[in-house]
Design a protein around this ligand. Structure first.
Ligand code: FAD
Ligand code: AMP
Length: 475
């Protein structure tokens, strides 16, 4: 079928589907093309995030955290349980049910907003034209459009020295689908994905070794946050080895041997499963014909300016396939901003206030700059921190772990960054994002009433601590 649209969106993940809905809300005739399929081979909107990323990982993190608490934390409340066991099949079917309900929810949102959806693989060819092929490679549609939004997302990096066999050597998708708890797991990479998936299977009883090439743990985070997180992960039994560069992975009779170097010495570990979590790369293979004019860099990222404009007029690109953090909310905000720009508005994304969250226990979250970054930029700052152990709510929850740190400009007092490790900080960070978005000072936060008793009081007290006037802190 050949048809003309105001906007063709390629990719139905949080970048693409959100852009498509916003375009339709703004009165633009929009089609979204996505190739993702579920286990039954049917279309499944929502991209990496809903199908094999944010949502299934959080479902498993939640199940495994409940199990861990029942085994290790409930006794402190006087609750004793015997014969606690985990039914992995049930846990996985709960997760799959959540994914199904959310992915089909996107299809309903498309219907409600009159976004046309096409299941297939799209390619941008010359003259603002997009072709679509089905799973047999047959051409099914040709669309022309005033605007094209590229949101193809990303896929796991596969290294030549450790190819996936999708059984004993897996990527993040494989690690979300284990049908039983492996005895011993080796994870390559202590990034967000390695830590989250390592936490899931460690809590369920696996011995987990995480091998990380870098010498620093969570180098992008505030060093005090990383230190506290590392301390807590060690207590939980996660064996994180830094400066450990994995050289090869070899399977023999169902067991996998990992060979890694640490300094000058070579080491080996034998495990039942290996999760390769060494990063993600843009999913742009085959997306662009050589004559379409859209430029990618040598790693396959689509080149865009700050407003997501590619090298070709009226062709835009958002999300994991362009510069910036590979985060679902960053993709969605770019999608909304592009839709608004297409409709003649003033879309805006503040890249300085993108929140980062790691959903381990304790959770880790931050927004803005770290003290190290500010030092490097020569910006004078002051900071205040406050421990959750000094809040009544964290104690009542039996989770008095971690702290909040507020960093503000030394001269203007404007908040430049907030860093947290502790219970539910994934939720607490939003207040700080909003404060930074409104250019708040630490005094603004300090003068804001926070309900008692809540975890948010740690944010309040950290803001007070910037001027050394926290109430519930000794010293
Ligand atoms: P994607 O979600 O990757 O969507 C792209 C879609 O486009 C896919 O459906 C793909 O099949 C389709 N597509 C690609 N090429 C074509 C083509 N040529 N034709 C048709 N369709 C095409 N981020 C967070 O913010 N929070 C989290 O907690 C979080 N957890 C994660 C956990 C895991 C295990 C993983 C792997 C990722 C996680 N992420 C998380 C990252 C998040 O999933 C991505 O940042 C987000 O999905 C990117 O959105 P996107 O729309 O750019 O791309
Ligand atoms: P992220 O990009 O946040 O998902 O993290 C991936 C992590 O994997 C990074 O911290 C890398 O340093 C790490 N990494 C990449 N290759 C290797 C390797 N061969 N051995 C150990 N760690 C690795």
């Amino acid at each position: 079928m050949s048809e003309n649209f105001d906007v063709v969106v390629i990719g139905g993940g949080p970048g693409g589907y959100v852009a498509a809905i916003r375009c339709a809300q703004l009165g633009l005739n929009t089609v979204c093309i996505d190739k993702q399929t579920n286990a039954k081979g049917a279309s499944s909107l929502g991209g990496t995030c809903l199908n094999v990323g944010c949502i299934p990982s959080k479902a498993l993190l939640d199940s495994s955290e409940q199990f861990h608490k029942l085994n290790h934390q409930f006794a402190a409340h006087g609750i004793h349980a015997q014969s606690v066991s985990i039914d992995v099949e049930k846990m996985q079917s709960r997760k799959n049910g959540i994914v199904k309900s959310l992915t089909s929810g996107i299809a309903q949102l498309f219907k409600a907003n009159k976004v046309k959806f096409i299941h297939g693989t799209a390619k941008v060819v010359a003259d603002h034209t997009v072709t679509v092929v089905n799973s047999d490679g047959e051409l099914t549609d040709t669309f022309t459009a005033q605007h094209i939004i590229l949101a193809p997302g990303s896929t796991p990096v596969e290294l030549k020295s450790m190819p996936f066999n999708h059984n004993t050597i897996v990527d993040s998708t494989g690690a979300l689908n284990f049908d039983r708890v492996p005895e011993r797991i080796g994870i390559i990479g202590a990034g967000v994905i390695g830590l989250e998936l390592g936490s899931v299977w460690n809590r369920l009883g696996a011995d987990v070794i995480i091998l990380e090439a870098m010498d620093k743990f969570l180098a992008a985070a505030d060093p005090q946050v990383s230190k506290e997180a590392a301390r807590q992960f060690k207590k939980q039994g996660l064996d994180i080895r830094l400066g450990a560069m994995v050289q090869s992975v070899k399977e023999e009779s169902g067991k996998v041997t990992l060979t890694y170097t640490k300094g000058d010495s070579e080491h080996q570990e034998v495990v039942d499963r290996v999760i390769v979590a060494v990063g993600r790369r843009p999913a742009t293979d085959g997306l662009l014909s050589s004559d379409c004019g859209v430029i990618t860099d040598d790693r396959g990222f689509i080149e865009v300016d700050d407003d997501c404009r590619t090298s070709i007029e009226n062709v835009w690109a958002v999300g994991d396939a362009v510069r910036g953090p590979m985060l679902a909310h960053k993709s969605s905000e770019e999608g909304v901003a592009v839709a608004e720009r297409i409709a003649g508005g003033h879309g805006h994304v503040d890249f300085n206030t993108v929140p980062w969250v790691i959903y381990t226990a304790p959770e880790i979250a931050w927004v803005g700059k770290t003290e190290a970054e500010l030092k490097e930029e020569g910006i004078e700052f002051k900071s205040g921190s406050f421990p959750f152990a000094a809040t009544g709510r964290a104690k009542a929850m039996e989770e008095p772990i971690g702290f909040v740190k507020v960093v503000a400009d030394k001269n203007t007092d404007r908040i430049l960054g907030v860093h947290m490790v502790g219970p539910h900080v994934s939720e607490l960070i939003s207040e700080c994002v909003l404060a930074m978005e409104f250019r708040a000072s630490s005094e603004d936060l300090a003068r804001t009433i926070h309900a008692h008793p809540t975890l948010s009081e740690a944010v309040h007290e950290a803001a007070l601590a910037v001027e050394k006037r926290a109430i519930h802190k000794v010293g």
